[in-house]
Design a binder for this molecule. Structure first.
Ligand SMILES: *Cc1c(COP(=O)(O)O)cnc(C)c1O
Length: 384
């Protein structure tokens, strides 16, 4: 059996090696390292794949989030609501811009932002909501878009973990994640579902005026060479990264379906275990998505009940199986983000999840034998 890894980038690379090498050579020969033709082509191809009017590539997913907020013209003092249970980048950029982060609890089954908690947190100062499509599945965008309409709020989708996922609205309409809100950000960090070989990110929007504003912001606030109309940043996707992404984009759906296959096999192995809660998929496909793309399993995350999580992590590691705890500390308890407005009783779910979640190896190259080995280790430990 091949050594089990959390993410197997090498194995995936083997399958696209020739395409990537040729694309790299083309960039090297052209010497167009920044804003070269590869970046432009990737932008067009991603717009087509997502069905969105504008993709604006940038340097990483954290920049992408920050630039979304700058583009929307959010001002110091404006309140931005986001999930307590996510990667820190989301709240970091809110704070960096002098905006006020307002963290709210998540749902226990999907791990995504809780709608009632959002409603409770809305004040006259609230300007935007950042739903994070955590672990590969869209937040409840039906309810979130309704709240946006009702209260006149901007929706910034943090799509770093869910590229390729499809959200089905209650009226049956389907839309790709990251194309539903006013604007969205994504990351091409190597381990993401669509990852490059360094840092990369992008912003998506269907709003022409916002897209124009953002194209200037990523390039030092320039709309005409050496005319700086707004304060901008330097945030670019380089051509070598765009070349990798062009090689991988045509395979994204296949990659995502391989992740779903692995998730399905894990689910079968862990079914009906009283101490294991399987990841829930929203479309009532009981966590086993064959035909729908509601979940792209950036992470395969279980809840382990009865305080067995920490010993399970240890058991797996001792047996050479890597695993992750995403995330071990709620953001509202991180030193950088503590705020007197928060009350512990507002975060019952996140406070529980940080003690229960475990993410198992999940990538495009997982073999049945490896899944079987991991599942057996987990079950042996949990059944006792
Ligand atoms: C990875 C990630 C980011 C940040 O992306 P970078 O490219 O690493 O800056 C932001 N939000 C979420 C939810 C992420 O998972």
């Amino acid at each position: 059996m091949k050594k089990i890894q959390m993410v197997d980038l090498k194995g995936q690379y083997e399958g696209i090696k020739d395409t990537v090498k040729d694309a790299f050579t083309e960039v090297l020969e052209s010497s167009a390292f920044i804003n070269g033709p590869a970046v432009h082509s990737f932008q067009k191809e991603l717009e087509e794949y997502l069905g969105v009017k504008h993709v604006i590539p940038c340097a990483n997913g954290t920049d992408a989030l920050q630039i979304c907020m700058m583009g929307l013209g959010l001002q110091p003092g404006d309140e931005v609501i986001t999930a307590d249970f996510t990667f820190a980048a989301t709240v970091e950029v809110i704070a960096l811009l002098g905006l006020t982060p307002v963290l709210v609890d998540v749902e226990p089954d999907t791990f995504n932002i809780d709608i009632q908690a959002i409603e409770k947190a809305i004040t006259p100062k609230t300007k935007a909501i950042v739903p994070v499509h955590l672990f590969g599945q869209c937040a409840n965008m039906d309810a979130i878009m309704e709240l946006a309409d009702k209260h006149g709020l901007f929706i910034i989708e943090d799509n770093a973990q869910a590229i390729g996922a499809v959200h089905t609205f209650t009226n049956g309409k389907k839309q790709k994640s990251g194309t539903i809100g006013h604007v969205a950000s994504t990351s091409f960090f190597p381990s993401k579902n669509l990852g490059c070989y360094g840092d990369g990110g992008a912003i998506f929007t269907n709003d022409d005026a916002l897209a124009h504003t953002i194209r200037g912001i990523v390039n030092h606030g320039m709309y005409r060479r050496y005319h700086h109309d707004v304060v901008g940043v330097n945030s670019r996707l380089d051509s070598l990264q765009a070349a990798v992404l062009r090689a991988k984009l045509p395979k994204l759906d296949e990659y995502n379906s391989r992740r779903r296959d692995a998730a399905k096999k894990y689910n079968q192995a862990f079914a009906n275990q009283p101490d294991i809660v399987l990841p829930k998929t929203v479309n009532d496909c009981e966590g086993i998505c064959d035909s729908c793309d509601c979940h792209v399993f950036h992470q395969y995350t279980l809840r382990i009940l009865n305080e067995k999580r920490d010993s399970l992590v240890q058991h797996l590691n001792e047996n050479g199986v890597p695993c992750g705890v995403y995330y071990p500390i709620p953001l509202h308890r991180q030193k950088a983000y503590v705020d007197s407005r928060y009350d512990e009783t507002d975060f019952p779910v996140t406070n529980q999840l940080v003690k229960e979640v475990i993410s198992l190896p999940m990538h495009t190259e997982l073999e049945d034998e490896q899944i079987g080995f991991i599942a057996e280790l987990v079950l042996n430990h949990i059944k006792v």
